[in-house]
Write a protein of this length. Structure first.
Length: 313
């Protein structure tokens, strides 16, 4: 069996920016002294006059991005998720969200898979923070193909966007001729009648693998990739809940305020359904190899399989 191709979505982000930069001369990229890590260095090499290194000053960077947006530029402000969503939250809220400016925030190194950098850098709260800002679009791509499509969609969308990328290389699962990325629309990766697994980002590929294991046990799981957390594809989630009667959410984020909360918000209002949330359970992360942390915190295929199986009983 051939080895599955794996690419970190932060790599996809850098490559997509460079591709778009060749098409659109109003695209500018800002970084906070992390161009090598966020991969905006790829854009910097191709278009040095349109790349601004703001230094270790994320709050200032958001203000600069806001100013550029008022001149007709389309700025992508880039840093680690912990700094972009955490440290600069006030500036994102007041300087970008409140005036509804056309700024795109490229947040890399999100979630537990940051690995050895430890709890201070493993941002498991960013989706919750960004969801609360009125008018903010929140995107969490699952692989290289989706990440590149998401960057283009963010550029084309008028208004503030938060894009979440990872450090760890993940399997490419969307390299299909019929793949289509549409903001606010989930993607059904596998049909099923017994339980719906709704996932975003890094765990999506693990959920597909878990579903195959469940099938061997006679549990037919539907798998949905939700790449846009806000606006959420409410119609798809409600329809799937009606089909299967049980819903499991899987995310590399706190179960508080992220995908799980968004799904529960919708279902509690429109179709009350039993839900199991899989994610980071109200704890901080720790330093360690990314793959081992993913397993320890229950986001690998085997752990997802066991939790869904127990939930279905």
């Amino acid at each position: 069996m051939s080895e599955v191709k794996k690419i970190a979505t932060r790599e996809s982000y850098g490559n997509a920016l460079a591709e778009l930069g060749a098409e659109f001369d109003n695209l500018v990229v800002l970084d906070a002294d992390l161009a090598a890590a966020t991969k905006t260095g790829v854009f910097k090499k191709a278009f040095p006059d349109r790349h601004i290194d703001c230094g270790i000053a994320e709050c200032n960077m958001m203000g600069i991005a806001a100013g550029l947006a008022t001149t007709g530029k389309v700025p992508f402000a880039s840093s680690f998720a912990m700094f972009a969503a955490g440290r600069a939250f006030e500036q994102v809220r007041n300087s970008i969200g409140y005036p509804k400016l056309n700024v795109k925030i490229g947040a890399t190194h999100a979630g537990i898979s940051v690995g050895e950098d430890g709890a201070t850098h493993q941002c498991n709260e960013d989706i919750a923070l960004m969801r609360t800002i009125p008018g903010m679009t929140v995107i969490v791509p699952s692989d290289d193909v989706e990440a590149k499509a998401a960057v283009r969609a963010a550029y084309e969308h008028e208004g503030p966007c938060y894009l979440r990328f990872g450090r760890l290389a993940v399997p490419v699962i969307n390299d299909k001729p019929d793949y289509k990325f549409e903001l606010g629309k989930g993607v059904v990766l596998r049909e099923g009648k017994d339980v719906t697994i709704v996932a975003s980002g890094l765990p999506v590929s693990n959920c597909i693998e878990a579903a195959e294991k469940l099938a061997a046990d006679g549990i037919d799981a539907k798998v949905i990739n939700i790449h846009t957390i806000k606006p959420l594809d409410e119609d798809l989630i409600v329809a799937s809940a009606k089909e299967t009667g049980k819903v499991v959410t899987v995310e590399e984020h706190s179960i508080i305020g992220g995908l799980g909360s968004a799904v529960c918000d919708v279902l509690s209002e429109k179709y009350p359904t039993k839900v199991c949330r899989i994610g980071i359970n109200d704890v901080f992360g720790e330093s360690g190899p990314a793959v081992e942390l993913v397993k320890k915190y229950g986001l690998d295929a085997d752990s997802i399989y066991e939790k869904v199986k127990a939930f279905c009983k």
